[in-house]
Design a protein around this ligand. Sequence first.
Ligand code: MTE
Ligand code: MO
Length: 413
Amino acid sequence: MALLNPSDNLFNRRGFLKKSSLATLTTLLGTDIVFANQLPKHYLPLAFDIDPMATKDKGLVVLSDKPWNVETPPHLLDDAITPADKYFIRNNGLAPEKVDAANWTLTIKGESVKQVKTYKLEDLKKQFKHYTYQLVLECAGNGRAGYYPKTSGNQWTLGGVGCAEWTGVRLKDILNDAGLKDDAVYIGYYGKDLHISLDPKKEAISRGVPMRKALEDETLVAWAMNGQDIPLVNGAPLRLVVGGWPASTSGKWLHTIAVRNKVHDGTKMTGKSYKVPINPVEPGVDPPEDQFKIIESMPIKSLITYPQTGAMLTKGQPLSLRGHAWAGDRSVREMHLSADFGATWQKADLKPPKNRLAWQHWTAEVKLPQPGYYEIWARATDSEGVTQPMVMPQWNPEGYLNNACHRIAVKVG
Ligand SMILES: Nc1nc2c(c(=O)[nH]1)N[C@H]1C(S)=C(S)[C@@H](COP(=O)(O)O)O[C@H]1N2
Ligand SMILES: [Mo]
């Protein structure tokens, strides 16, 4: 079915569907909305909400559809580079249904920019050098389902992560073109999605990063994912890609970047969003706001992407495993596997990353001594010697940063 763009001005000032919107909806539906006069304020009929699953692999798991939050089971992350149809979705609001790439612009503004500048997408492509990097984006809430006591929010298990190949221009080249004042410390993004309330004055999300991360070589303003247009639901036609940091800093449907003289204070930068307690707390304890810090680089983590949990082996058959490991701003130094609940560990063969902030591939062959049930535990160690915890890591009230070891169950028949 043809869909409407919820960011089009569908509602009148009182928040009810305009007569003209109703006429459009009726035409699109090919029939009357019988009780249209009973539609609640700011209510978009379900038939016009966007279904991004049409373009996604059927094996992806929908955690919520208002807004859309969809994760990728580990065995579907087996590709070296995550294909678009297997790439997770994390929306805080309603994605624009249609975007006009031909007339898309990016504006650089804010109190700490020398000159407010607006670039057409086509001009960004012409004016600045293009770069392609493999970059890991992981939702800070990935793994939340593993925390006890339970914390509120989407119950991500393992699949709020992907590593695609992104093409675009460097944010630093654009910022240098506009010019930074001496007091520039942070950037904040604005995207064209709509707040879940459909209130056009509210932002679904508007986060950012400090200047040192914004100015890194790998921080991109990207229009392509794996050599193709970015899928609409993943931020087409233009998004920020900030590898290694909470993926919430990688603004989708990007139309504006503000250069700030203080920590950006957009939606979900304040309160306790994307923050953890400065000092570790006992599970269940929720300290006051001023005792939280913003999450920056993501922690060391890894996945077993082959085989799938539940694999059956024949007696004497060695178990071949593979997967990926990543470590935020750091690199992965070592990868280990255990088949005996952590009593002994064997080293996996670990490849270097294609570029900084890309995930690294590992392979291993494990011998299982006799028929029976086994668990394979996978544990990565970063360049500073920090390893993944085998059990639940430091609990925090918002349920972020769960980087516990991934494990799979296998049986030898
Ligand atoms: N404009 C906009 N950008 C956004 C979001 C959003 O809801 N709106 N979600 C953020 C969060 S929390 C994550 S984890 C990533 C998810 O990117 P993906 O949907 O392409 O996987 O986008 C980030 N950028
Ligand atoms: Mo996220």
